[in-house]
Design a protein around this ligand. Structure first.
Ligand SMILES: NC(=O)c1ccc[n+]([C@@H]2O[C@H](COP(=O)([O-])OP(=O)(O)OC[C@H]3O[C@@H](n4cnc5c(N)ncnc54)[C@H](OP(=O)(O)O)[C@@H]3O)[C@@H](O)[C@H]2O)c1
Length: 251
């Protein structure tokens, strides 16, 4: 049997269906990149699908719109690309469909941005990274942080095939090996080198204020920048905030 014949006899490995919650700047770029790599992509905004049908037709041909609950239920992997404050509302309302995400890989591409989210001490806690709060809210999902630190223009313009010189890297954090591997495949499929930079708790190093936030670096530079985070301005500031909070608690 020739190689071609034996390959033809292998069962086709189907790609997971990707759901994206958030049909704004980042959600539409990621949807386009993943459709370009052959994934089936479902996408939701905050309301009825009819509100985004036209824009998705234009910006992301091939994507299917749905409500958040429909997208979360039908997807194998879900990317959160909505404002963090909307995902974790202060009134405790369930804004992300938790039941539909049970057991699934959830990629948190969100950031705390006070101009959008309002001033929220809970989302800016020096002891708890924002993705840990997302994991807490989705306790039965496997949350990985990825796609959050690169601006949407760079995400849109940066993708190149694996192995291309100068390919950009995307930092990924998480606690679950299989979930990290799943997220890495999507980062690679989107056109970037996946770079594991720590646990979900370590994801302070990808959050706003860090050197990596906004970075459009090679994988080596992402890795090196992550390694020097503890000694960076933001790393030292975080340590000082923690020490001061502990002093206050003891006083
Ligand atoms: N902009 C960037 O360069 C960039 C890069 C990396 C990561 N991020 C992060 O990605 C997130 C989204 O940023 P963005 O710039 O794409 O924002 P954006 O352009 O304002 O889009 C936000 C999207 O989220 C939707 N949304 C709001 N509440 C929702 C809900 N409950 N369920 C589903 N969708 C909901 C909005 O729908 P409606 O219009 O119907 O409200 C809108 O489609 C933020 O956390 C941001 O920090 C942004």
């Amino acid at each position: 049997m020739s190689d071609a014949q034996s390959a033809a006899n292998l069962p086709a490995v189907s790609l997971p269906t990707i759901g994206i919650l958030g049909a704004g700047k980042v959600g539409t770029v990621l949807a386009r990149l993943l459709i370009g790599s052959g994934y089936r992509v479902l996408i939701a905004g905050s309301g009825a699908p009819s509100k985004i049908d036209l824009i998705i037709d234009v910006l992301v041909p091939g994507a299917t719109t749905g409500t958040s609950a429909e997208v979360a239920a039908q997807a194998d992997v879900v990317i959160l690309a909505l404002p963090l404050g909307k995902a974790l509302p202060l009134d405790g309302r369930e804004a992300i469909p938790r039941d539909e995400l049970r057991g699934k890989l959830v990629i948190d591409a969100m950031n705390y941005w006070w101009e959008i989210d309002g001033v929220r001490d809970d989302l800016n806690d020096p002891f708890t990274a924002s993705s840990e709060l997302v994991q807490e809210a989705l306790a039965e999902s496997r949350v990985v942080k990825a796609f959050n630190h690169m601006g949407y223009h760079d995400l849109d313009e940066g993708p190149v095939p694996a192995g291309t010189a100068g390919r950009r890297g995307i930092g990924i954090t998480g606690d679950d090996e299989a979930a990290l591997a799943g997220a890495a495949k999507l980062v690679d499929a989107a056109g970037f080198d996946p770079v594991f930079v720590g646990t979900l708790h370590d994801s302070f190093l990808l959050q706003p204020g860090s050197e990596l936030f906004g970075a459009n670096f090679s994988a080596d530079d992402v890795r090196a920048t992550a390694e020097r985070f503890p000694a960076s301005e933001r790393g030292l500031e975080l340590e000082a905030q923690r020490a001061s909070a502990l002093d206050d608690a003891r006083a």
